[in-house]
Design a protein around this ligand. Sequence first.
Ligand SMILES: Nc1ncnc2c1ncn2[C@@H]1O[C@H](COP(=O)(O)OP(=O)(O)O)[C@@H](O)[C@H]1O
Ligand SMILES: [Mg+2]
Length: 421
Amino acid sequence: MNAPWKANAAGARDPFHAFVCDDLTLDTIRGVCDEMGWSQEKANKGGLRNAIQSLSVAASPQILMVDLSESGDPINDINALAEVCEPGTIVIALGQVNDVRLYRDLLLSGLQDYLLKPLNPDAVRDAIAQAQAALMAPKEDGTGDKPHVSIGVVGTRGGVGASTIATSLAWTLSDRLEHTTGLLDLDVHFGTGALAMDLEPGRGLTDAIDNPSRIDGLFIERAMIKANDKLSILSAEAPMTSPVMSDGAAFFQLQEELRAAFENTVIDIPRSMLISYPHLAHDLNVMVVVTELTLAAARDTIRVLAWAKSNAPHCKVIVVANKVSNASLEISRKDFEATIESKIDQVIPADPKATAQAAKLGRPVVDAVKGSKVSSAISTLADNILSSAIEEAEEEDGEEGGKKKKSVMDGFKAILSKKSD
Ligand SMILES: Nc1ncnc2c1ncn2[C@@H]1O[C@H](COP(=O)(O)OP(=O)(O)O)[C@@H](O)[C@H]1O
Ligand SMILES: [Mg+2]
């Protein structure tokens, strides 16, 4: 969800306002206001509802404290507050419900903090100090505590369906799971990311490769093409006369900016690009290796998996066998698994009817032919990818015990809980 107050645009506004429900809380906050040199009038009685009313007609303060005690549906009310709150406002909530789930959901909806009542003046001071630090911080990279999952999709051979899966995956993440998602199609000459959604690729990706220094948040906003409310794509149909001339800086920069701008990134990576730009895999959380069940593909799956092991050891690898039909198995699943010395994590059946229909409609197969087995398999794949991201975060959490990692993990879990909606 968009959280307008996460944006950083603190102009000349009132530094602070509080809307609280009871006298004790009011006294505590007024005490802290005194210490800060703010007028006591900045703290008023009246909870969330008053805050919404007052902000709909007046300028938002830099730091807003709201008491949720009288709110029956805090998340919903916080979203209503977001509608009237100007970008740049940092919101700290107060409440008497000690519930980790609520806390996590509130943070995910963009709140800075949630303080439990009765308030401890030290906690109030701390929260305000942190809010001020956030206001002073240079332009936020947009990631904050927001979980980001970066997914690379690599085909072991041409035509195995990697791009089909990448576009449908991006569609599922953005549409069913409602994550803001950026799809980066690195098949610079022959990419189908835009084509698959009946869009013109534009010059964005070509410009990015030619001028990596121009790549920033604004560039991403302008260059990417909207495929749905939450999905933007960057793709190209570069002329066959221009080889990709890049030292890789553009790809690195693009990944950075996509990470800041979206909750998920899906990168369609032709295997040849991995050879030229191995660092493409460095920032991936998950690498989806798409293969067919053929002998040649078995050989190349072995090679891609070995490559991933040495070049992206941190990355969770998911092996997907696509276009699987019982009719024409060159090699059985069992033999394939024995050959590659690894399990196939997911099988996607061959369904030429569904993919042809999708191509004709210019829509990803998960959208065009929702009930097909291909679509449900790709949908399951999306869920599994996010689960793997949790596992990865948990493992890292175990290793480092970092607080930050933990909140990222919570974010993943919240995302997963959405999938049942
Ligand atoms: N599960 C499937 N069943 C049948 N055809 C498929 C399936 N997945 C992909 N295809 C088709 O295979 C062709 C190649 O797919 P594409 O995604 O472009 O492969 P890649 O990116 O690996 O080269 C496309 O025509 C696509 O519609
Ligand atoms: Mg492709």
